[in-house]
Design a binder for this molecule. Structure first.
Ligand code: C5P
Length: 399
């Protein structure tokens, strides 16, 4: 988070229940080396006290547009000029509406009107308010004016509803803000990576799975992050620690991986599917352990197909860059090319898993990068080095 060192951050808090999370946000910005000032609307102060924010930020709170004391020290124009970054979190539907109208009748709206700093908005509201046409129109207006939206997340809400409208978690917000100031080949890009195997339960103790250590996907996630990308990793069951700066979501089944990918894909620029997704699953998983003899007598476990995650993403989002892997044991290049065209991918990365030195669980890999027009080999090296080459290729050819 070096990008935030010495940055002057104005955190604006509006009146929503998620205001309690903004205290954590102050702490995270301070820990990243930023100088933080806090602006609170009147209703924000009903949810969290100015004293808390003052103690955490180490600076007096700004709240009134027409406060003679504040005008002498730091009025709205000075505050607007002082800020390198403005972040409104949480931002209510009402504040979004006000900003979209370009009003200037309170400190927040006046500062927003008069600043040149980038303004980040982390909305937080009930899911119906978020979905409402008026809110969506206001968001489009603000997006056209270069306000940068972070979230909202989908999930359970304080009001008991479930859906989009939860404020993005502070740690995620700070990553996304710092991403805006990051440097590197993929600076500012949002990348989603699937990794590891999936598991499909037959009964509580048995499952079908694919061989995969997850090492390649995790190494790629780190390489992309080193190049300034904001990286989310959706991982099946693996035995690997989460690399720093990477947002990891654990799943078990292919369906869970498919759902998580679809929940996140709208905000993503590049999707890289390294996961060894189990193509099949038992049609009728049992809640109880099935007796061995029962399985032998049936001589059969009824199976059905899982969704093809990478193909479905490209089909639904043809403009996103989508990259797949092909782990093959024979006719490696021909099979990979077939998958490239069947799944309509932008790039497929083929490796020969029949070779133990570069196959499952090994620390090394050797791959071919195949697109519709080009083919390039990356010679045997550590998965870390191969990942850096892959990320460079993606940046040169697909960004
Ligand atoms: O299993 P297969 O060889 O078809 O995998 C090729 C690519 O498709 C890989 O990138 C893998 O992650 C992806 N895939 C997927 N969903 C599936 C099967 C494979 O995303 N159900």
């Amino acid at each position: 988070m070096d990008q935030l060192i010495n940055k002057r951050v104005l955190l604006c808090v509006t009146g929503g229940i998620a205001a309690y999370k903004s205290a954590e946000l102050v702490r995270l910005f301070k820990n990243s080396g930023s100088d933080v000032r806090v602006l609170m609307t009147k209703s924000a102060q009903e949810f969290i006290t100015p004293l808390t924010m003052q103690a955490l930020s180490g600076n007096p709170i700004h709240s009134d547009l027409l406060d003679p004391g504040a005008e002498a020290a730091m009025g709205h124009i000075e505050l607007a000029r002082w800020s390198d970054i403005i972040i409104i979190a949480p931002c209510t539907a009402d504040s979004i509406a006000k900003l979209a109208l370009g009003r200037g009748d309170d400190l927040l709206s006046a500062v927003a009107l008069s600043t040149d700093a980038p303004i980040f908005v982390a909305p937080a509201m009930n899911q119906a308010m978020w979905r409402d046409g008026a809110t969506q129109n206001n968001i489009s207006t603000l997006a056209e004016k270069n306000f940068i939206f972070i979230g909202p997340d989908i999930g359970t809400q304080a009001c008991g509803d479930t859906g989009p409208g939860r404020m993005t978690e502070p740690s995620d917000i700070i990553q996304q803000v710092s991403l805006n100031f990051s440097k590197g080949l993929l600076a500012g890009k949002k990348i989603l990576i699937t990794a590891g195997p999936t598991r499909e339960m037959i009964d509580p103790v048995r499952f079908i799975s694919n061989r995969s250590s997850g090492k390649m996907g995790f190494a790629l996630a780190e390489a992309a992050c080193d190049e300034g990308a904001f990286v989310s990793l959706i991982s099946g069951p693996v035995n690997l620690p989460t690399p720093e700066r990477i947002f990891r979501h654990d799943v078990e089944t292919a369906k869970q991986m498919y759902d998580k990918v679809n929940e996140m894909i709208d905000e993503i620029d590049i999707f890289i599917a390294t996961a060894a997704v189990c193509d099949i699953k038992p049609s009728h998983p049992s809640n109880q352990k099935i007796k061995k003899q029962q399985i032998l007598d049936a001589n059969n476990i009824l199976l059905e197909e899982n969704p093809d995650i990478v193909a479905s993403v490209k089909k639904a989002h043809p403009n996103k860059k989508v990259i797949g892997f092909a782990a093959e044991t024979e006719n490696v290049l021909d099979n990979a090319k077939l998958k490239l065209s069947e799944k309509e991918l932008d790039l497929i990365i083929a490796n020969d898993v029949s070779n133990a030195e570069i196959g499952f669980d090994s620390d090394d890999n050797e791959v071919h990068l195949i697109s519709e027009k080009n083919s390039r080999k990356i010679n045997k090296s550590t998965k870390e080095k191969v990942s850096r080459e892959i990320i460079k290729y993606i940046s040169d050819n697909l960004k």
